[in-house]
Design a protein around this ligand. Structure first.
Ligand code: BGC
Length: 854
């Protein structure tokens, strides 16, 4: 943030007038999503909201609806800075709708392992260059509307296992050449107002206390001039975090800071002038958002506005992220003119698998699923086409959330009526109540002001459930604190003896007990009274050690309840029968919000449930089967040789059904390319031996050999390489060239691309740089240093080009503590259709050497 003279004088005038207490409180939030205000001095508060795939607003679950964009991994698969900029524009509008000032996005850490729970949420895939450039485009588009973005999580937040404590042991070279790069590029090419520090430790020091990272690298070297905030509850000290450069403790009310900071200054543990440095930056951000002009204006209620132009754009963005992995028989685009029946099979075929889980999840304006969107779109064009459906198998991780057949006794709407009591005994009149549609009964935000962290409370959610069928149905519950589930006043699940030391599971962002299940004989059509009761967790007191490392704490609370009716049918048999009698099968498989989420990593790359078996059986029954995989990370494909047609569709947000239709029928030619290598097996992956570590320590043993850098060097054949994706048309690459054979500060690489097929299409051209002369240190065989997307009609030729700068050439030498280009080094730049499909190369060299620090 460049301090303009006006900004400087506003900030300095506040610094002079603020009391020490007010300053201390400005360095932490006031509630879960907002910062402190100082009304007497006209200093307003700022409101944050999560991203990156939509703007959820100030409620974690069941908030106002919002546009749900494709997941970041899908946006990366577009390789298109303009599509990503369009997403940024759309999000800026939605941030305004939610009356927020700071978007907590984008997420950019690398996909270090296919098991990473948050991979779906990050722009970076295998490659930091792709992630950094796309993130910059996103940030520029949002910030130009006066909204602050928050690039996260600084740095290398690529595993969820033990994320609050794990120590990541990373060499400097690996950090500089990979894990810092998306942040560095985004800060160089755009101007994010905020950086969010990660939870974990890096080389022994918590990111939130890490002066080298937050001040040395970020500010001194890269000249970042915005604020650094903690991840939620991720401040790990009182004084050291301030001194390290962590400006804002989030969320509030202050847990580590606040009064403790005042005391720290008064007792001589820290100078007020040190505090002022961070306060200046927070004030600078407040000024930058423009909110200081109306400091006393009350926050308006959030708006949910489902805009047609956003829907259209999200449809395009989602379809352009879809990657065609195989089309050996030319089944795609579908020829539906002669077809009589199409079967949509699979656990995801008629579900809205739109996003991964955790803080990125939100309540979309509307939901689609592959089957229903196909039926709707096909209705007018192919009125005689019959579309049938079979689930094929179950693939849920936990018992699904309560179905539509559960309604609130208060208003008859789907969901439950939830009441809160200001004691642990559910006693007296409720002090607060709300309608909850989801049975993730979160008690995190929007609680009464009297519910301060640490003061325990209780809650009861009530619903009326009418099963459709008679049978032995299953209920489930996981609870953060003590909890129980009652049916018709009888306790059927009892987790009431839960203490703060009790075992946790992955449920409820990994705060809840293991899932407890109970089967109950029930009668179809009969209404049952369901009650869920719980008490908030007991929190650990926070010790006051001004200069020591402290642990994270958190106030996440609530419970999750599930219900499913007994499955009596032979799901697999039914699916196989439908496959046999249909002309075509669209088999929609994958993971979902519960398998891929913040707070935990995956245990396996395999598709969950009986999906591999289902695929094999369906492929046997009908050769005309199209496999559609929905996941944010690579999966194993033991059936890959039998499948002629495979689409990777990620998580596509609210337009998931229409975007799939567009690709299936050829409204667009697929143009997505993998932003991450799909390995054949987990054992082939570079971090296999070192993920997720042990005893809270993870060694980045693969060093700089991540993703395609590893597969190239170790000569390991991937299932589908980084950058790979087919099209319905064909592109020819000709005349790869550079603007100068001796590298000048900006040297352009270009290639002519011709569409030699019969359909319009887009091609993402990738430029990889290889050092061909002997390098001072071992280097990857090639690295992505440029990309360009061209849109071509049949027969048309365009030039794809990229301007290379010094960052395309250097490697990081730890001994010299700087980036280096070897003396008179020689290079080749390749124009490629994927990391394993080089179509042309051009040579160039440098004259002399280069060396730089940042
Ligand atoms: C996540 C952040 C998120 C924050 C607020 C944390 O659990 O790691 O990415 O912005 O919560 O919801």
């Amino acid at each position: 943030m460049q301090l303009t003279p006006d900004m400087k004088s506003w900030v300095e005038s506040k610094i002079e007038e603020l009391t020490l207490e007010e300053k201390a409180f400005l360095l932490s939030g006031v509630d879960i999503w907002r910062t402190h205000a100082v009304p007497r001095l006209g200093v307003p508060q700022l409101k944050t909201t999560d991203g990156p795939v939509g703007v959820r607003g100030g409620t974690m679950v069941d908030g106002t609806t919002a546009a749900l964009t494709p997941s970041a991994v899908s946006l990366s698969a577009t390789w298109d800075v303009e599509v990503v900029a369009g997403i940024g524009e759309l999000l800026a509008t939605e941030v305004r709708d939610k009356k927020a000032d700071i978007l907590l996005a984008p997420t950019v850490c690398l996909h270090r392992s296919p098991l990473g729970g948050r991979n779906f949420e990050s722009f970076s895939g295998d490659d930091p260059f792709l992630g950094g450039k796309l993130a910059a485009s996103y940030i520029n588009a949002v910030e130009k509307h006066g909204i602050a973005t928050t690039i996260k999580h600084f740095a290398a937040n690529d595993q969820e296992t033990r994320r609050f404590v794990v120590d990541q042991v990373i060499s400097d070279r690996c950090l500089r050449e990979l894990h810092l790069v998306p942040f560095q590029i985004a800060i160089r090419d755009s101007n994010p107002s905020c950086v969010m520090a990660s939870y974990s430790k890096m080389n022994g020091v918590y990111a939130s206390n890490n002066k080298r990272l937050l001040t040395g690298i970020l500010r001194d070297e890269w000249k970042f001039d915005g604020i650094v905030m903690s991840d939620w509850f991720g401040v790990n000290s009182i004084v050291p975090s301030v001194e390290a450069g962590l400006d804002l403790e989030m969320p509030g009310p202050a847990r580590k800071r606040g009064k403790n900071l005042v005391d720290a200054v008064n007792k001589g543990y820290m100078m007020e002038s040190t505090l002022n440095i961070n306060v200046r930056r927070v004030l600078g951000l407040i000024y930058k958002t423009g909110k200081y002009k109306h400091p006393l204006k009350e926050e308006e209620p959030e708006v949910a506005s489902n805009r047609p132009e956003h829907q259209a754009f999200l449809r395009k963005a989602a379809s352009e992220g879809i990657v065609l992995l195989k089309n050996e028989k030319g089944l795609l685009p579908l020829k539906l003119e002669k077809a009589k029946q199409v079967a949509f099979i699979g656990p995801n075929a008629r579900e809205s698998v739109a996003a991964g889980g955790g803080s990125a999840a939100l309540n979309p304006h509307y939901r689609q699923n592959p089957h229903d969107s196909f039926v709707e779109n096909a209705a007018s064009m192919f009125p005689n086409l019959k579309v049938v459906h079979a689930k094929g198998c179950l693939a849920n991780k936990w018992i699904p959330l309560f179905p539509k057949t559960c309604v609130s006794p208060k208003n008859g709407k789907h969901g439950m009526y939830m009441e809160y009591f200001d004691n642990t005994l559910l006693r007296g009149p409720a002090v607060h109540a709300s309608h909850r549609e989801s049975t993730v009964l979160s008690c995190y935000d929007n609680l009464p002001k009297s519910f301060v962290p640490g003061k325990r409370y209780s809650y009861r959610a009530t619903g009326l459930l009418t099963p459709k069928t008679s049978g032995r149905h299953t209920f489930s519950m996981g609870s953060c604190g003590p909890g129980r589930l009652l049916v018709d006043k009888k306790v059927i699940i009892n987790i009431w003896n839960r203490t703060k030391e009790s075992e946790r599971s992955e449920m409820f962002m990994a705060y809840a007990s293991p899932e407890v299940r109970h089967d109950l004989d029930m009668i179809g059509g009969k209404t049952y009274l369901i009650e869920v009761e719980g008490v908030s967790r007991e929190l650990d007191p926070i010790p006051v050690h001004y200069t020591n490392e402290l642990y994270r704490d958190e106030i996440m609370d609530g419970s999750r309840v599930g219900f499913t009716e007994e499955v009596k049918d032979d799901l697999l048999g039914e699916a196989v029968d439908l496959a046999k009698e249909s002309d075509l099968v669209v088999l929609v498989v994958g993971k979902n919000i519960e398998w891929e989420s913040e707070a935990y990593d995956m245990k396996s790359m395999d598709l969950p449930g009986g999906q591999d078996e289902l695929i094999l059986q369906v492929l046997k029954a009908n050769q005309n089967s199209i496999i559609v995989n929905q996941s944010g990370s690579p999966i194993t494909m033991p059936w890959v040789d039998q499948a002629s047609t495979i689409l990777q569709t990620w998580y596509q947000g609210q337009e998931l059904g229409n975007s799939l239709w567009d690709v299936l029928v050829g409204n667009i030619s697929p143009c997505g390319k993998l932003p991450v290598t799909f390995p054949k097996r987990l054992e082939d992956t570079p971090s296999f031996h070192n993920f997720p570590g042990e005893n809270d320590r993870v060694v980045y043993g693969e060093g700089i050999w991540l993703g395609y850098r590893h597969y190239d060097k170790a000569k390991v054949e991937p299932l589908f390489p980084f950058g790979f994706g087919l099209s319905y048309t064909k592109f020819e690459y000709k005349n790869t060239r550079v603007s100068s054979e001796v590298f000048k500060d900006k040297t352009t690489v270009s290639v002519n691309i011709t569409n030699v097929g019969r359909m319009s299409g887009k091609e993402s051209v990738q430029f990889y740089v290889s050092q061909t002369s002997r390098p001072g240190l071992a280097r990857p065989i090639k690295e992505l240093k440029g990309f360009a997307k061209v849109d071509l009609k049949p027969g048309e030729t365009k030039t794809a080009s990229y301007v290379l700068d010094k960052y395309a050439l250097g490697y990081y030498d730890e001994k010299k503590r700087s980036w280096v280009v070897d003396k008179d080094a020689q290079f080749e730049v390749h124009a490629a259709a994927s990391s394993r499909d080089i179509r042309g190369s051009a040579k160039f060299r440098v004259s002399g050497t280069m060396q730089w620090i940042n």
